[in-house]
Design a protein around this ligand. Structure first.
Ligand SMILES: NC(=O)c1ccc[n+]([C@@H]2O[C@H](COP(=O)([O-])OP(=O)(O)OC[C@H]3O[C@@H](n4cnc5c(N)ncnc54)[C@H](O)[C@@H]3O)[C@@H](O)[C@H]2O)c1
Length: 320
């Protein structure tokens, strides 16, 4: 969706690594002016080529409304944090994932960013109350956790701290929607937010089943890729069970609830021990040598873009 108006629409992106550069694509393709900051000039240089390549890929799958060249013109880069945030209406932070780094950058940002302008962190795991508590303007800080790569995967987890203002949450949701993303809001803070907790639950069961010798890594991956993931690519587990019994969710719970409960009680938490992980790694390396990881990641991104294009069609075809 194009922002398409003349009011100030500048977004500051802080940290130009994998996620920062993808956010630059997200905002710029939707009509926002973007200023990307990194303390490393080399990171900014690497980023320019990566951004153009992402835009060309998106264009190849019909996922852009303008040419990559027109979009890239809205993106500037700087090694001055002050310059990046000057005049910004929203700040998206994407520096390294350590509590200390987040504390340090948020303390700098709090002093430089105009009061009332929301500052969102891309942190994957850390609730923002752990790094914003002592800030003067802590009520405008929150988490806006994307899924990699955000220029293809639309979900953003918006997670306010107990002191985050309603205005900051609403502004973040508005801006993410204007950028074509799909925000969900957590009602209270929790480590790992929603996505990584759900991913963790699935990984726990998969790894535990593998360790106990029930199936190979490849077959367990197929369970998701060729089975559950087919539905989960366009509807969630709640809607899935709602449609899987003629009387809806409660009917499903009546039929299968006791079995699920019994299975959950039998489930063994996986302790991420080196021996079991080594066996999983060996199976993966047999299928994909480490030297081919980058090439395969490119394949994954192309698959995601085709899926994104298909999902747009589902919506256009009138699916609810
Ligand atoms: N990689 C993922 O899959 C993923 C997904 C969702 C969210 N995230 C989150 O996004 C954030 C960034 O992750 P990433 O994978 O892009 O990391 P990255 O290592 O690729 O990039 C981090 C960038 O921040 C810069 N940087 C570090 N400290 C800085 C500082 N103090 N000031 C300015 N720049 C600084 C580095 O130069 C680097 O360019 C993390 O919080 C991470 O948890 C990552």
């Amino acid at each position: 969706m194009m922002n398409g108006n003349n009011e100030n629409s500048r977004i500051a992106i802080v940290g130009a690594g994998l996620i920062g550069r993808a956010w630059a694509v997200v905002f710029a393709r939707s009509g926002f002016d973007v200023c990307l900051y990194d303390m490393s000039a080399q990171a900014l240089k690497d980023c320019e080529q990566a951004v153009l390549e992402s835009l060309e890929d998106l264009n190849g799958y019909g996922l852009l409304e303008e040419s990559p060249e027109a979009i890239v013109r809205r993106i500037s880069t700087t090694t001055s944090l002050l310059e990046a945030v000057n005049g910004a209406i929203f700040v998206q932070e994407n520096v390294r994932e350590t509590l200390e780094t987040k504390r340090q950058i948020f303390s700098e940002l709090d002093q430089l960013v105009a009061p009332g302008v929301p500052i969102a962190s891309s942190t994957s795991w850390i609730p923002s109350s752990r790094f914003t508590e002592d800030l003067l303007h802590r009520d405008r800080c929150l988490v806006g956790h994307p899924i990699n790569p955000p220029h293809v995967v639309p979900l953003v987890e918006v997670c306010p701290a107990p002191w985050t203002s309603r205005e900051a949450v609403e502004c973040a949701q508005r801006i993410y929607r204007a950028a074509g993303q799909s925000p969900v809001v957590l009602r209270q803070e929790i480590e790992g937010f929603l996505v990584n907790r759900v991913q963790g639950a699935v990984l726990n069961e998969m790894m535990s089943l593998h360790e106990q010798g029930y199936a190979s890594v490849e077959d367990l991956d197929a369970v998701m890729r060729d089975g559950l993931g087919m539905r989960w690519a366009f509807m969630g587990p709640f809607e899935t069970i709602d449609l899987n019994a003629p009387g809806g969710l409660l009917d499903y719970a009546d039929r299968f609830g006791p079995t699920y409960q019994r299975v959950a009680r039998e489930s063994i938490p996986f302790d991420w021990n080196a021996e079991a992980l080594g066996l999983m790694e060996a199976e993966r390396r047999d299928r994909l040598p480490l030297s081919r990881i980058t090439e395969r990641s490119g394949w994954r991104d192309r698959c995601l873009m085709q899926l994104a294009a298909q999902k747009r069609k589902f919506v256009a075809d009138g699916a609810d």
